[in-house]
Write a protein that binds this ligand. Structure first.
Ligand SMILES: CCCCCCCCCCCCC[C@H](O)CC(=O)SCCNC(=O)CCNC(=O)[C@H](O)C(C)(C)COP(=O)(O)OP(=O)(O)OC[C@H]1O[C@@H](n2cnc3c(N)ncnc32)[C@H](O)[C@@H]1OP(=O)(O)O
Ligand SMILES: NC(=O)c1ccc[n+]([C@@H]2O[C@H](COP(=O)([O-])OP(=O)(O)OC[C@H]3O[C@@H](n4cnc5c(N)ncnc54)[C@H](O)[C@@H]3O)[C@@H](O)[C@H]2O)c1
Length: 718
């Protein structure tokens, strides 16, 4: 709703009231319309101030209403009512003015912002465009290039930048509402003719066509198939080429197109999913709202390789004191240099405060004796990690959290090396750890609720989205990767090429296809794991070469590793690179020849494999594992899996995540296609639809928020 009050006798004050962000719900819109009429009808009122309760102007349209039948006064007539008012209306912007909130402010005749406020049009991230005049007013106010930048990227600007761009009239360090009231009094009686943005001509720079052409190219390059950014460009184009009223019609048309697209639904689902994962629960009933995190001031990182360095940077930038440990002098000094460089680049590029003084380096694990939490990031080797955990358990003060960054080893086995297994948890960061936003917090059967809560909170403080997951081989992300990779290898055996498979996945929206990712992260990583699992056997040409434990197995990755083809680092992998460490993947005729030879050796006849088959086999196998993970209680809900895949594995956000995507395809269709492929490949268990997937499909493809009702009581499993 919106409150009305009178300040100093002559200023009508309308206060938006809808915690936590004063979103423009039906009740708020109704309140604004009613209170505007009241303010305009009271003769004593000479000017109006619009502000938001609790130091937040407005977070935009109420996204929760998008899924339901719209009620209440629409936004567009509401902003027209404000702009057409005969008395000056001043927006007092504190905290945020985002989306519809900024559109509301642009309909006011003046805008006063607090210096700490942020403003922006984030609609594009929800698969939409500013649909209450934002695409028509902003270019009229600040020009086409700046408007295109803000609307197509959704980036938030500070009050200072907003002032520079001309979005706000004044910035204050003092109380913005008081400043707006004073300002409103000072403009009483002044003509409003020059203050209604919709009446401004839209500036037409001479190189207009080139500007739009560049903007379109830019969004095409980065959108990965998302339609909203390009549609935003079209809406801004309408502002320049059409009169205001016609431009508004075009904005509405384009908004409706986006609003009804599956992409907007997926992005809005994802918006709430990313917030929902913080309300975590574990298989044995621990919950976010009943578990109190422990205080952590000082942390340690053991092992300063690729991951340990990034984790150290992340911790220091978040304000923690860090003890960083490497056992070899040489590695320690290299790590020190690398960490300093990362901190300096962070300060230069993102303005993150330099935090060199937060870090103490040591060659001795004894240096961790007084820390509150340790993150182990040594080689992925169970025996080594066990030794490290035994040492830590003996050295650390009582009650210290012992965390591991393992990519998939058994947390419980590590916990059993310590005197307090309840203090052990996985903190699975993603590379590069100081950049990637995802953290899988892996709880074992014995991890205490407080320990899970502490790791989740640590992640948040480090600017990560933390997702709590149960303990199993590969946890959630890497476990689902296995059947996906497996299908990709099988497709090569059957006649595809790496570039064909990658192209299909990139057209779907992945940042990189599976083979490019494999080259980037190094083929040797998986090889090591397969070797320790006893899967890699000496090259042979018989049927057994492609069977392990009764199931189909592709040794292709192993064979490439045997030839020293580890990917980018060696300049050769699934692709070729101009030099070791090169980044531009080029198809490799050697690999094509090698695949032909391999097929001939194994009696495989190459066939044409179409786009649909590549996509379905890779994605549905991955999705099926996701359902198995839900069934096993390793993830508490589909949102957890979707957030992990979007933030950790490059799944296109505008497709919501693998579980949401499955729902959009139709669970019955996913089951049917998996059954189809399983019939053709009976020796691939990953293609057998799991029982939860079948159950959900049979219960009529319920909406994703209803899945939890069908999922059986979760339990962690190894
Ligand atoms: C044929 C079809 C025709 C269609 C006709 C339909 C007509 C409709 C016409 C509408 C015109 C639309 C006009 C407008 O341009 C569209 C919009 O305004 S879209 C919304 C734009 N705003 C945003 O995207 C802001 C989103 N929010 C944020 O970025 C952040 O929440 C924040 C505001 C920066 C605050 O961040 P934090 O402090 O970190 O807090 P949280 O993020 O955790 O949020 C707290 C809590 O609030 C919930 N929430 C936030 N914003 C909104 C919102 N806009 N609506 C609803 N709820 C919101 C958030 O979900 C959290 O709650 P939780 O999920 O944890 O319960
Ligand atoms: N690289 C990735 O993409 C990635 C992603 C997520 C998780 N992980 C996991 O993170 C862990 C580390 O991986 P990485 O890629 O950083 O490995 P890395 O080989 O780059 O670094 C490991 C470091 O640990 C050091 N080390 C070994 N034994 C030590 C000991 N006893 N005490 C102190 N330091 C010791 C080594 O000298 C080396 O610098 C592994 O468990 C790995 O599975 C890696």
């Amino acid at each position: 709703m919106a409150l009305y009050s009178r300040v100093s006798g002559s200023v009508g004050m309308i206060t938006l009231q809808n915690p936590p962000v004063n979103a423009l719900s039906a009740a708020v819109r109704q309140g604004i319309v009613d209170m505007m009429h009241r303010a305009l009808s009271e003769p004593e009122v000479k000017s109006v101030v619009i502000c938001g309760q609790n130091g937040k102007f407005c977070g935009g349209a109420d996204i929760r209403e998008f899924g339901a039948k719209m009620t209440g006064p629409p936004l567009v007539p509401m902003v027209h009512l404000i702009e057409a008012a005969s008395k000056p209306v001043v927006a007092a912007i504190e905290g945020i003015a985002l989306g519809g909130g900024l559109e509301l402010a642009l309909s006011c005749h003046y805008r006063i912002a607090h210096s700490k406020a942020t403003l922006g049009f984030p609609e594009v991230a929800l698969g939409l465009l500013p649909g209450a005049g934002g695409t028509q007013r902003l270019p009229r106010l600040i020009g086409v290039p700046a408007a295109l930048d803000l609307i197509t990227t959704g980036r938030h600007v500070t009050a200072a930048e907003a002032r520079q761009l001309g979005i706000v009239d004044e910035v204050t360090d003092l109380n913005a509402v008081d400043a707006a009231v004073k300002f409103a009094q000072s403009v009483t009686g002044k003509s409003l003719d020059a203050r209604r943005i919709s009446t401004y001509p839209c500036p037409r720079p001479p190189d207009l066509d080139a500007i739009f052409e560049r903007a379109m190219q830019q969004v095409r390059r980065s959108a990965r198939g998302a339609i909203a950014p390009g549609t935003c460009v079209q809406a801004v184009h309408a502002a320049v080429t059409l009169p205001y009223a016609k431009g508004m019609e075009r904005e509405r048309e384009l908004f409706s197109l986006l609003f009804t697209s599956g992409q907007a639904r997926a992005l809005q689902y994802y918006f709430f999913a990313q917030r929902a994962v913080s309300r975590w629960s574990t298989a044995n009933g621990a919950r976010w709202d009943t578990s109190k995190p422990r205080p952590v001031r000082k942390a340690a990182v053991i092992g300063l390789g690729t991951m340990g360095r990034g984790i150290t940077v992340s911790l220091a930038q978040a304000g923690f004191s860090v003890v960083a440990v490497e056992t070899q002098e040489q590695q320690l000094s290299e790590a020190k240099q690398a960490v300093s460089g990362m901190l300096e680049r962070g300060a230069k590029r993102r303005g993150v405060p330099l935090a060199h003084d937060k870090i103490k380096y040591s060659c001795s694990v004894q240096a961790v004796a007084d820390v509150d939490l340790v993150i182990e990031a040594v080689f992925e080797d169970m025996a080594l990690k066990k030794t490290v955990f035994q040492q830590l358990s003996a050295i650390c003060k009582p009650g210290v959290l012992l965390c591991t960054n393992t990519s998939g080893l058994d947390i419980d086995e590590l916990a059993s090396q310590t005197q307090s297994p309840e203090l052990v948890v996985g903190m699975h960061f993603f590379a590069p750890a100081h950049v990637m936003q995802l953290l899988e917090v892996v709880y074992g059967p014995r991890s205490s609720p407080e320990v899970v809560a502490t790791a989740m909170q640590m992640g948040k403080k480090m600017g990560k989205v933390s997702v709590a997951v149960g303990n199993c081989r590969g946890f959630v992300g890497n476990r689902m990767l296995k059947p996906y990779l497996e299908q990709a290898f099988f497709l090569l055996e059957e006649g595809a090429t790496p570039e064909q498979v990658d192209q299909v996945l990139e057209e779907f929206g992945f940042a990189m296809g599976v083979f490019k990712v494999s080259d980037l992260s190094g083929l040797d990583v998986g090889w090591k794991v397969r070797k320790s699992d006893g899967l890699v056997s000496p090259a042979s040409t018989g049927t057994s070469a492609r069977i392990r434990g009764g199931s189909r197995y592709s040794p292709l990755g192993d064979l490439l590793c045997e030839r020293g083809r580890f990917g980018q680092k060696t300049g050769r992998g699934w692709y070729q690179y101009d030099k070791p460490g090169g980044r531009v993947a080029k198809p490799d005729p050697w690999l094509h020849g090698f695949l032909e030879e391999y097929r001939a050796q194994h009696g495989l006849v190459a066939r044409h494999i179409d786009h649909q088959e590549v996509l379905e086999r890779c994605l549905y196998a991955l999705i099926n594992e996701g359902f198995q993970i839900l069934q096993d209680g390793i993830a508490a809900g589909p949102e957890d899996i979707d957030v992990i895949y979007v933030l950790g594995y490059g799944w296109p956000r505008h497709r919501g995540g693998p579980m949401f995507y499955a729902g959009q395809v139709g669970l019955d269709k996913v089951v049917e296609r998996l059954e189809h492929y399983q019939q053709i490949h009976p020796d691939v268990p990953g293609l057998q639809p799991c029982s939860l997937l079948r159950k959900l499909a049979a219960s009529g493809n319920p909406a994703i928020h209803k899945w939890r009702e069908v999922i059986q009581k979760p339990r962690s499993q190894l």
